[in-house]
Design a protein around this ligand. Structure first.
Ligand code: FES
Length: 123
């Protein structure tokens, strides 16, 4: 496909559908082995994490991936900004949608992947 600018500049462009490349193995590592770990549930599996730690960081360190899938294309998503701006870390904690990067770990949490549904799916 050729693109034209008002100045006459031409460029051949390849139209590609951008795909998110989420690695399956987490490269996040803990600096120290925490002394006391607590159990939480993520998508039905038990995960050992540090109590009081940042939930997104603890799940990444435990190798959890992806956190959610996009409602339109089903592309996998993991935390990106770690400061509450991108919502890629959205999970359901005890049935309530929350940002994992803005949440502290509490023992016994039950977390599931966020299940957003498109408006057209409900119609
Ligand atoms: S990682 Fe971006 S909002 Fe949580």
């Amino acid at each position: 496909m050729r693109a034209f600018s008002p100045t006459g500049w031409k460029e051949k462009r390849n139209r590609r559908i951008w795909r998110c490349l989420v690695k399956t193995a987490s490269s996040v590592r803990r600096l120290q082995t925490p002394e006391q770990l607590v159990s939480i549930q993520f998508a039905g599996a038990e995960v050992k994490v540090r109590e009081g730690g940042n939930l997104a960081a603890e799940l990444l360190a435990a190798g959890v991936s992806p956190f959610r899938e996009t409602p339109v294309s089903g592309a996998p998503r993991n935390p990106y900004c770690m400061m509450g701006a991108c919502f890629d870390c959205l999970v359901e904690i005890d049935g309530v949608a929350r940002q994992a990067c803005m949440t502290e770990v509490v023992a016994g949490m039950t977390i599931s992947r966020h299940s957003a549904v498109r408006e057209s799916d409900n119609a």
